[in-house]
Structure formats: structure tokens, C-alpha cells
Design a protein around this ligand. Structure first.
Ligand code: R5P
Length: 303
């Protein structure tokens, strides 16, 4: 005869466990889609700023979906790796890290002698602790895919359908504009869902906060909607918005996937009438919910 605890554990083990360190609507959506148990890590900081962690749910033998917020990664990566190591130690059968924003993908090469190739190192750390990673629109500039740095299965989910839906509902006669060549992939994807025209500018980055955006555009009565994956300093969007104003735009809209908003970004974005973002990174501009897209991708994952 099984004790109450043992039988509770056996029933729970049949359901996936969805865990996060905070109240994540994305974790709740995944749990609902998978019929899983939605649970939190009990976490706090010791006085010396180290992290205490505890899981208040049976873990042994279970498939675990661990949803982690990774903007400001230098503050959050250690916690995330500790959490994953705890899950492994407690006997999780399979651990998938769901990082709606996956950081450290930009420094993917050694541009100058002696530089760290951070994209590779961080991918190696994560790959040692979890079995798979899911993310939304990773910043793949020179990388052909996540598999160039991740040796575990790594799934990239596109936010384009959710962004396209927002644009269709909120902007009349949109012209989708990618502020640089790299953003043309998102501009094209969004434009093709709603059948809107699109164009792309060119960008010359001379420093962290020093970018020159150039290009020609004819508005023909359309409202430009800038689409980019990341807003960090805001300078890319500011440069593109300035061009659009020069071209006669009375209103400039902007949608980004990951609202990183470094200090000073709000000031830089004064040239834009409205900025909205997806909820991959919690921020005041969040208006596009990508939880259903993430949850559906998790449900499609092979057993
Ligand atoms: C870059 O190349 C990305 O797609 C974004 O355009 C870039 O990360 C935005 O950065 P910032 O807001 O600092 O200009």
C-alpha cells in the first residue's frame, strides 16, 4: 500500500512539470497547453546575495519545462543554471529550458584578438545543464541557426504571427519597415501575414550607441511600422524614425520582439509615436502576447 505522499508523487509524475522563478504568464500558458502542473521555485537571496532555491513539487522521473527570464543575463544566468542543476539532481527525466529571450548571441566571433566568444561559451554552459532549449526570435546575425552554438536541440519560435495580428488590428494602411538589413526577415514575415507592403533600411553601426540608418522610402499614404527583434539603446529605431519623418511620415509606429530598453532608450525613442513589444521580456510596452505561440510550440515537441 502506497503512503499518501508516494501516491501523490506517482500521479504527479505522469504530468509534465512547468516551473518558473516568477509568476510567468508564459509558464501558465505552457502548463495549460500540456496539461502540466504549474509550479514555482521557492527562491530568495541570502544576505550575501547568493541564491537559495527549493522546488516544492515532485521532480523525479518527470519531464520539466523550466521557463526562465534572461534579460539582464548577468544577474539571472547563475540562478537559471542553479535551478537547472537542481532539477537534474532531483531526477528530472528531461529538462527543457524555455527562455523567451535568449541572451548572449551577438558576440559570436572574435572580432579583435583576445575577445571572448560569449555566444559559444554561454550556449555551452546552458547545454551542460538542460536537454533542450526553446526561445523566440533569437538574434542570429552571422549565425545560420542556433545549432551553430547549441549542441542540444534548440527551437526558435517566430513572433511574427502575433505581431502581424497586432498590426492588423491597430494600424491602418501599414507599411512594414525593417530598420536594417537584418530586420528584413521580421519585416517580410509580418508583412506577408497581413498582405502589407514592406521595405528595409541600411544600418552602419559605429559604436554601442552610434548608428547611421539610411535608405529611401515612399509612404504613399501608408503609416510606417518599424519592426525589429531587439530594442536596446533605441538608437536603431531612432535613426529609422528620423528617416521616416524626413520622408513625410505624420505618425511612426514601432513593434519589437524583445524590449530590453537599456538606460536612455526611452529618450532615444521620442521620435516614435508608439512603441509596443511582445511579452518575451516583461516591460511597460508589452502589448503582444506570445504565450500561445510558445505553448503551441512546446506541445509540438517530440516526446
Ligand atoms: C541588430 O542588429 C538588432 O536587430 C537590433 O537592431 C539592435 O540590437 C538594436 O539595438 P539598439 O536599440 O541598441 O540600436
Amino acid at each position: 500500500m502506497l503512503s499518501g505522499d508516494a501516491s501523490r508523487d506517482r500521479v504527479a509524475a505522469a504530468r509534465p512539470l512547468v516551473l518558473s522563478l516568477d509568476d510567468s504568464p508564459i509558464a501558465a500558458a505552457i502548463a495549460q497547453e500540456l496539461g502540466g502542473e504549474d509550479a514555482r521555485f521557492d527562491s530568495r537571496r541570502f544576505p550575501d546575495a547568493e541564491t537559495y532555491l527549493r522546488v516544492d513539487a515532485p521532480v523525479s522521473g518527470r519531464d520539466v519545462w523550466f521557463v526562465a527570464r534572461l534579460d539582464r543575463p548577468d544577474e539571472r544566468l547563475v540562478q537559471t543554471l542553479l535551478a537547472a542543476a537542481t532539477l537534474r539532481d532531483l531526477g528530472a527525466r528531461h529538462i527543457t529550458l524555455v527562455a523567451p529571450y535568449l541572451p548572449y548571441l551577438r558576440q559570436d566571433q572574435r572580432f579583435r584578438a583576445g575577445e571572448a566568444i560569449s555566444a559559444r561559451y554561454v550556449a555551452e554552459w546552458i547545454g551542460r545543464e538542460v536537454d533542450a532549449v526553446f526561445t523566440v526570435d533569437p538574434h542570429l546575425h552571422r549565425l545560420g541557426g542556433l545549432s551553430e552554438v547549441y549542441s542540444i536541440p534548440a527551437v526558435a519560435i517566430s513572433a511574427a504571427p502575433a505581431i502581424a495580428e497586432w498590426v492588423a488590428k491597430n494600424v491602418e494602411r501599414p507599411l512594414i519597415v525593417g530598420p536594417d538589413e537584418e530586420a528584413s526577415q521580421w519585416a517580410e514575415a509580418v508583412a506577408s501575414v497581413i498582405g502589407a507592403p514592406h521595405t528595409t533600411f541600411l544600418k552602419d553601426r559605429r559604436g554601442d550607441r552610434d548608428v547611421i540608418v539610411s535608405g529611401d522610402v515612399r509612404l504613399d499614404g501608408h503609416t510606417p511600422v518599424l519592426i525589429d527583434d531587439i530594442i536596446s539603446s533605441g538608437m536603431t529605431i531612432a535613426g529609422a524614425a528620423e528617416l521616416l519623418r524626413t520622408a513625410g511620415a505624420a505618425r511612426v509606429e514601432c513593434v519589437c520582439v524583445h524590449a530590453l530598453f537599456a538606460p536612455g532608450a526611452n529618450r532615444a525613442l521620442a521620435a516614435v509615436d508608439r512603441v509596443v513589444s511582445t511579452n518575451t521580456v516583461p516591460h511597460a510596452t508589452n502589448a503582444v502576447d506570445v504565450s500561445p505561440l510558445i505553448a503551441a510550440a512546446c506541445a509540438r515537441a517530440p516526446e
